[in-house]
Ligand binder design. Structure first.
Ligand code: BES
Ligand code: ZN
Ligand code: ZN
Length: 495
């Protein structure tokens, strides 16, 4: 869908051609192309376009004026502030939005030259913005009043120099963005479609790729392994649970990274039922699982040489059926610890406990990262702007903070510690699944920490960022696909 082209701007005959320019400063031309520069000058002189960040100028070009044969010419401003990776994503997102508004299906993008910025990064981030800003989930919508819904079908990127760097950047950016779209698609599906068996299906598909394998533990297999967490949570639902394990193995030495994602395909709260208002959003309670599976898909396609990756998604519904867990029940996740379930709505930590303990025991990873829509409390603490990060390892935490920064998916680290762990001590079992109101995000992580032992581990609480994320041109309303690009970046840069 996105490719680097050799076709010259003047020969492109598709729907929309896009130029990016810095904000106009006295006497400095903003565009290397003389004819386009004339267009911009005219708009600038009547005060219509300065090139501020995300400002746009849309023109019907004419061959005799600007030498273009494209249907529409779009100029997108980059502003005059320091250039940064996320700025290019935002600019790309704006271009994609304008393309959709104008029903442009075939678009052509001229990469800016002479900017004081790494060319690979620019191409990477513009590609991400273009792909993600054009994302739509309209599968269940018949034609609306504006006629058939449009999708961007084809993006061609043109680089007049540094073509190799452009290719590299476009390859990175498009792989990560396509992964993010996969995660958004999974999350957008309603819970009656995206069931635990869909995670299993997706895992098996990755399993067929080179160096990959997939194993799905069904209820019987989980009973043998004594995975009381998933089994307990799934008891109230008729939908069969699954523990989906996908492995990417190079066969070479190199670290093994375990990724775990919460795949709660619908969280009603169980017997500790949630209020009706907003409950529909709980189909998104599988966004951690989606991020992990989608990141694994990107890795399987990229085939890195230096790392081995295992992805595990414990998947189930949490419903208040006749056999459901009840407050006060005692269960035992993989490994034998006992847990008093005082609130059946704190179910994510129960299924993650199985996946973490099993994954560490079986695959002996060098590091573990879990991603989960775990607590409402993280929204109180950080809003919808940052993912909560908790870790028992400073080096791993720093790696993730850096990967998040480079991906435009910011995180904020919260502490762990004995005083928080004390909050989850139980009178009747080893631990309980809630730690009271104070520090809800931390006590949830402290619960998970009980199942990772000494292994370097980090937990990403994405309850605030998986949907309703900070408004950005390349993040439309609905699920953001958060975590995919951070995980891919983390694995790409692992050393
Ligand atoms: N899936 C929810 C967390 C959540 C809440 C995600 C709001 C996104 C938006 C989780 O299973 C849950 O219900 N957690 C409880 C824990 C509490 C009972 C200790 C919560 O946060 O209220
Ligand atoms: Zn819950
Ligand atoms: Zn949940």
């Amino acid at each position: 869908m996105i490719s680097v082209t050799k076709i010259k701007p003047c020969d492109f005959k598709g729907d929309l051609i896009v130029y990016f320019v810095r904000q106009r400063q006295k006497g400095v031309p903003v565009c290397a192309d003389d004819l386009i520069q004339k267009r911009i000058d005219r708009a600038y002189n009547v005060g219509n376009f300065k090139g501020k960040l995300e400002e746009t100028l849309l023109v019907y070009p004419e061959k005799k004026y600007d030498g273009l044969q494209a249907g529409l010419l779009l100029v997108v401003g980059l502003g005059k502030e320091d250039l940064a990776r996320d700025l290019f994503r935002k600019a790309g997102g704006i271009a994609a939005q304008k393309a959709l508004e104008n029903k442009a299906e075939k678009i052509y993008v001229v990469l800016p030259q002479d900017l004081d910025f790494q060319y690979v990064d620019m191409a990477e981030c513009l590609s991400e913005g273009l792909i993600l800003g054009g994302y739509k989930f309209d599968k269940y919508k018949n034609n609306d009043e504006d006629g058939p819904v449009t999708q961007i079908k084809n993006i061609r990127i043109y680089a007049s120099s540094q073509v190799a760097a452009a290719r590299k950047g476009v390859a990175y950016g498009s792989a990560a963005a396509e992964g993010t779209k996969i995660a958004r698609d999974m999350a957008n599906e309603p819970a009656n479609v995206w069931t635990p068996s869909k995670f299993a299906q997706f895992g098996r598909k990755i399993g067929k790729m080179k160096r990959c394998s997939c194993k799905v533990l069904n209820k019987a297999a989980m009973q043998k392994l004594k995975m009381g967490g998933v089994l307990g949570v799934s008891r109230g639902s008729h939908e069969p649970p699954a523990m989906v394990v996908v492995q990417y193995k190079t066969g070479k030495k190199g670290p093994t990274i375990l990724l775990v994602g919460k795949g709660l395909t619908f969280d009603s709260g169980g017997i500790s039922l949630k209020p009706g208002e907003g409950m529909a959003d709980m189909k998104y309670d599988m966004c951690g699982g989606a991020a992990v599976m989608a990141a694994m898909d990107v890795i399987a396609k990229e085939q890195p040489e230096n790392i081995n990756v295992v992805a595990i998604v414990p998947a189930t519904e949490n419903l208040p059926g006749g056999s459901a867990l009840k407050p006060g029940d005692i269960i035992s996740p993989y490994g034998g610890k006992t847990v008093e379930v005082l609130n059946t709505d704190a179910e994510g930590r129960l299924i993650l406990a199985d996946a973490l303990a099993y994954g560490i025991d079986k695959y002996k990873p060098d590091a573990v990262v879990d991603v989960a829509t775990l607590t409402g409390a993280v929204i109180i603490g950080l809003g919808h702007h940052r993912t909560g990060l908790l870790s028992n390892d400073d080096d791993l935490a720093d790696k993730i903070l850096t990967a998040g920064e480079r991906s435009g998916e910011l995180l904020w680290r919260l502490p762990l510690g004995e005083e928080y762990t004390k909050q989850i001590k139980s009178k009747v079992a080893d631990i309980k699944n809630i730690g009271g109101k104070p520090a809800g995000t931390i006590t949830a992580a402290a619960f998970l920490q009980e199942f990772v032992g000494e292994t370097a581990w980090a937990h990403l609480d994405i309850a605030g960022t998986a949907w309703d994320y900070t408004e950005k041109s390349y993040v439309p309303k609905g699920p953001s696909g958060i975590g995919v690009r951070t995980l891919v970046e983390l694995l790409r840069s692992w050393n």
